[in-house]
Design a protein around this ligand. Structure first.
Ligand SMILES: [Zn+2]
Length: 323
């Protein structure tokens, strides 16, 4: 058994030769399934090159997130055949991606991985003070959602592969932006910057707010609510908090700017317009009607274009004073 999304990743590498390289980051098993953890690399191999990271499928139920990432990558790869300007851009910058971080959850249609662990609560980061009960991450047991995994245990294979990929593909970049696409929270599309673990105190908040200004200039009619994740709820074990802290401990304020973002696509509107979809397992998290699915693909392509344009223009676009 396979998932169509994994086939789409292999197809991307096939279609995108010689620009696209697929990297096997590990294998995971669950029940009778054994599936690869796959990463993609498009463009410059210079470690310091500006880098856009696109991620999806941390939560197996939120399939629209993977589809947004795969659609964007497919359009890029198709354009690469004739778009000389994009080819030139990719000689000095790169796009890296893990479109399906939790393939077993994807195939089995569960939020968590095969061990019942919520990967986005699995990093070794504790929130400051009390978190939102349950949703903030719990160690009561894997039979409840938002399970962090056993106390003191190493990270799950998927979380570790994700961290290794982000570190090797993004950390040494002079300027990197990550976008991790989720769905399910509320009726609006939200762009979240760290931290999930605490309210306030994010060292790159000024850069994120400038990025929000640039987004408004790029697309005055954009739909996003831009805010720190902790404004909605705080959690333990957020992978992006952990990645940011790891990057910071290694690079500090020296010339490497790493800005992780989460796109949380509001799915409640789809449910409101089509309540019947609540009765399907994926329905609370994904647009079921084809025209709504297509709209979700279109809507966020523009955001990815923006992030790419910003990266190519350099970190001074979001930094005050020197770049
Ligand atoms: Zn999610």
């Amino acid at each position: 058994m396979n998932t169509p999304e994994i086939d789409r990743i292999f197809e991307l590498s096939h279609q995108g030769e010689p620009w696209v390289a697929v990297r096997e980051c590990g294998w995971v098993e669950g029940g009778s399934l054994r599936l690869p953890l796959l990463g993609l690399h498009i463009g410059s191999t210079d470690p310091s090159a500006p880098t856009l990271g696109l991620f999806g499928g941390v939560h197996g139920l939120e399939q629209v997130g993977s589809h947004v990432v795969l659609s964007a990558l497919e359009a890029i790869v198709a354009r690469l055949k004739w778009d000389r300007e994009l080819q030139r851009q990719l000689e000095r910058a790169r796009i890296v991606s893990m479109p399906v971080i939790n393939p077993i959850g994807f195939a089995l249609r569960t939020r968590s991985n095969a061990n019942g662990v919520d990967l986005m609560r699995n990093a070794p980061v504790d929130a400051e003070g009390a978190v939102t009960p349950l949703v903030g991450g719990q160690r009561i047991g894997s039979w409840l959602p938002w399970y962090r995994g056993p106390e003191g245990a190493p990270m799950q294979a998927e979380s570790q592969a994700f961290m290794d990929f982000v570190e090797s593909e993004m950390f040494s970049s002079s300027f990197s932006i990550a976008l991790d696409v989720h769905s399910g929270f509320g009726t609006n599309d939200r762009l979240w910057y760290p931290y999930a673990r605490q309210r306030g105190g994010y060292e790159r908040e000024a850069e994120c707010l400038r990025m929000a200004e640039r987004l408004r200039e790029f697309e005055p009619h954009h739909v996003y609510i831009v805010e720190p994740q902790a404004k909605q709820y705080t959690t333990h074990g957020d992978l992006w908090d952990f990645a940011f802290l790891q990057h910071r401990s290694k690079y500090g304020d020296s010339g490497s700017l790493f800005l992780p973002w989460t796109l949380e696509i509001g799915s409640w509107l789809w449910v409101k317009k089509n309540p019947v979809q609540l009765f399907s397992k994926l329905g609370a998290f994904n647009p079921v009607k084809p025209h709504r699915h297509a709209r979700a693909m279109r809507r966020h392509g523009r955001l990815i274009e923006f992030m790419w344009a910003l990266l190519l223009s350099g970190p001074q676009t979001v930094c005050s004073g020197k770049g």
